[in-house]
Design a binder for this molecule. Structure first.
Ligand SMILES: [Zn+2]
Length: 80
């Protein structure tokens, strides 16, 4: 009972794959990321989140608005 070394769980960084003590890693978007990879990971998540969600919605909305406008145009022309 002499050796009571502090046992730290080593976790692998999901980005660089190196092992780090639990306390040196942060969990971001469900992935363990070390301090070195954190800025790159955050910017990547931000970029994918921002670029993935809103412009798609915009595009979709724009498509239907244009489609509706065309339809109305077609109706007006047909009536005339
Ligand atoms: Zn890393």
């Amino acid at each position: 009972m002499s050796q009571q070394a502090p046992v730290q769980t080593l976790l692998a960084c999901s980005q660089c794959g190196r092992d780090f003590p639990h306390s040196d890693l942060v969990q971001l978007a469900g992935n363990w990321v070390c301090a070195d990879c954190k800025p790159a990971f955050i910017s990547r998540v931000m970029a994918s989140g921002a670029a993935g969600a809103s412009p798609m919605g915009w595009h979709y909305g724009g498509f239907w608005i244009r489609f509706g406008a065309r339809l109305i145009d077609g109706f007006l022309l047909a009536i005339v």
